[in-house]
Design a protein around this ligand. Structure first.
Ligand code: NAX
Length: 324
């Protein structure tokens, strides 16, 4: 048996975490030979609910689950952590502007970044899920200067998987037959789902795709899929978001040669995107790290979309400069 690793999960009493924690404990994230110590972090008023999650976790008798910690103390929660899923965030309340949400959530991710810097393992892998995920990840990263910026990522996998599923539905094929999809930029409705290089059953999608469907149906549907789910379910996506978090981390750790979309620090990117943004780029994963797929030409039309999402991220960053 391998030595147990430490996995911290914030927002652990919330909805997404409820779908994620049990999968981490069962080995679906880090492999069925990897024992885990799970550290569940939430705010103090949520401790009773969090204990309920702990009891249920115990009752699963997962063979890989070595220990469970519940805490609202960040130093205890991130101590010697190897992996962190930063899910907890404040929801946007009625009348709240995006700027206010950024400020409030930024205040959560600054102390979390500092605690990770002080007590986590230096090779920790961090995934930020809590919205606005890209800018929250940037804030956490800036507050953890002793950890390589590339160890911080933000979640675009849900947008990526939504794109795969919509293409598979449209062309009536299985998910495995859809390849080389990209989602660029911000996890917001400016994100850019890109099918320029996509393949369906080994052929370029361009042979079968209608441009009008791509521009007027596919792009807006992916951009607004979160709202479509809230409208239908009365609740925001939780199991699919948890699934995306699990597979994002699994692929980062265990590898995946398929094209993936990963929110990552833009420094040195080959596409001319401004530095110092958490931006989603096409990537592949191997040997415990991810790398950008370079050498891709971007059409003029897509370039305009990409500029819009880049500008949004620049504005988000400008509104939280005091937290970086
Ligand atoms: P919930 O409201 O169900 O749970 C949030 C949890 O976070 C609560 O238990 C709350 O007490 C906790 N929390 C608040 N402040 C905290 C802090 N300072 N430290 C630790 N925990 C804290 O939300 P849920 O549905 O689980 O969504 C969580 C976040 O994921 C939201 O910000 C949501 O917008 C975001 N999402 C991100 C997605 C992505 O693709 N990046 C997709 C799904 C989701 O919308």
């Amino acid at each position: 048996m391998k030595k147990p690793v430490n996995v911290a999960i914030t927002g652990a009493a919330g909805n997404i975490a409820y779908s994620a924690i049990f999968r981490v404990a069962s080995g679906q994230m880090l492999g069925i030979d990897q024992p885990v110590n799970i550290k569940l972090i939430d705010i103090e008023p949520a401790m009773s609910a969090l204990n309920g999650v702990k009891y249920e976790l115990e009752d699963c008798a997962f063979p890989l689950l070595n220990s469970i910690t519940t805490t609202f103390d960040l130093t205890e929660g991130f101590d010697k952590c190897d992996f962190a899923l930063l899910i907890g965030a404040k929801p946007r309340m009625k009348g709240m502007e995006r700027k206010d949400l950024l400020k409030d959530n930024g205040k959560i991710f600054k102390p979390q970044g500092k605690a990770i810097d002080e007590v986590a393992n230096k090779n920790i892998k961090v995934l930020v899920v809590g919205n606005p995920a890209n800018t929250n990840a940037l804030i956490a990263m800036h507050n953890a200067p002793s950890i390589k910026p590339s160890q911080f990522t933000s979640m675009m996998r849900l947008d990526h998987d939504r794109s795969l599923a919509q293409v598979a539905n449209k062309f009536n094929v299985t998910i495995n037959e859809v390849k080389k999809i990209i989602v660029w930029g911000n996890h917001s409705n400016t994100q850019v789902p890109d099918l320029s290089y996509a393949e369906v059953s080994g052929n370029s999608i361009k042979k079968v795709m209608n441009e009008d469907w791509y521009t007027n149906n596919f792009i807006p549907r992916i951009q607004k899929r979160g709202a479509e789910i809230i409208e239908a379910r009365g609740l925001s996506s939780a199991a699919s978001a948890a699934n995306a978090a699990i597979t994002h981390m699994r692929d980062w750790v265990l590898g995946n040669n398929d094209w993936l979309s990963i929110g990552q620090i833009s420094n040195g990117n080959p596409f001319g995107i401004s530095e110092n943004l958490m931006f989603s780029f096409p990537s592949v994963c191997s040997n415990g790290s991810y790398s950008i797929i370079g050498n891709l030409a971007i059409s003029e039309v897509l370039n305009d979309y990409i500029k819009t999402t880049e500008n949004e991220l620049l504005n988000e960053r400008d509104s939280v400069l005091d937290l970086l």
